[in-house]
Ligand binder design. Structure first.
Ligand SMILES: [Zn+2]
Length: 197
């Protein structure tokens, strides 16, 4: 086979966003006795919303061929260290943790991607890709920030934590309580992972 055809093939694989050889840990934040950010009037707590986004993300990543492990599938409490440990135990290519923010200032809004201060290059590439895909799907993402959250540093694998918006902002909260919007978040994250992993 001519090299040119090999190149074409690799482009096609890239285009199809295949994740057939990848293992991804999805970590929906909080759960059980830990509700995370508390719901505003009429809405759902963080732990409920992030589990829903995580399940949608699992479906989409599996459709792209990835092997997916969830740190929790239901409303139960899991210790941070146990969540982080999954990345090494399953020799994961990526751990992606899903959260929703809160802030004392109700004007603060938008999604944010976090990576560890001394992150692997792959973590940064995936985080930048998620930021880009969210914004191109008209979900406001404020870029990539660095913070040493336990799920980002408690293992040796690439890891990203996505704060999907602010429960304390009226527009973000309304959007996050809409299943179509949550599906768009999951779709953006899945596309971004397939492009960058
Ligand atoms: Zn959280």
């Amino acid at each position: 086979m001519k090299p040119q055809r090999c190149n074409d093939y690799s482009k096609r694989v890239k285009y199809n966003n295949t994740l057939y050889d990848k293992t991804i840990i999805i970590d929906p934040g909080h759960g059980g006795k830990d509700p995370g950010a508390l719901a505003k009037i009429g809405g759902q707590d963080e732990k409920v919303l992030v589990l829903d986004i995580a399940k949608r993300l699992r479906t989409k990543l599996k459709e792209k061929g990835a092997r997916v492990i969830m740190s929790r599938n239901s409303d139960r409490f899991v210790k941070l260290d146990d969540r982080a440990r999954l990345a090494d135990r399953y020799n994961a290519d990526l751990l992606v943790s899903i959260h929703i923010d809160s802030h004392k200032n109700p004007q603060v809004k938008g999604a944010t991607c976090y990576i560890a201060r001394k992150s692997l290059r792959k973590s940064r590439e995936v985080a930048e890709s998620i930021d880009c895909c969210l914004n191109s799907n008209l979900i406001n993402c404020k870029g990539v920030r660095r913070a040493d959250f336990r799920v980002l540093i408690g293992h040796s694998k690439p890891a990203v934590l996505v704060e999907c918006g602010y429960i304390t902002n009226i527009v973000d909260d309304m959007n996050l309580n809409n299943s179509t919007y949550r599906d768009k978040i999951a779709e953006s994250i899945a596309t971004a992972i397939a492009k960058s992993l």
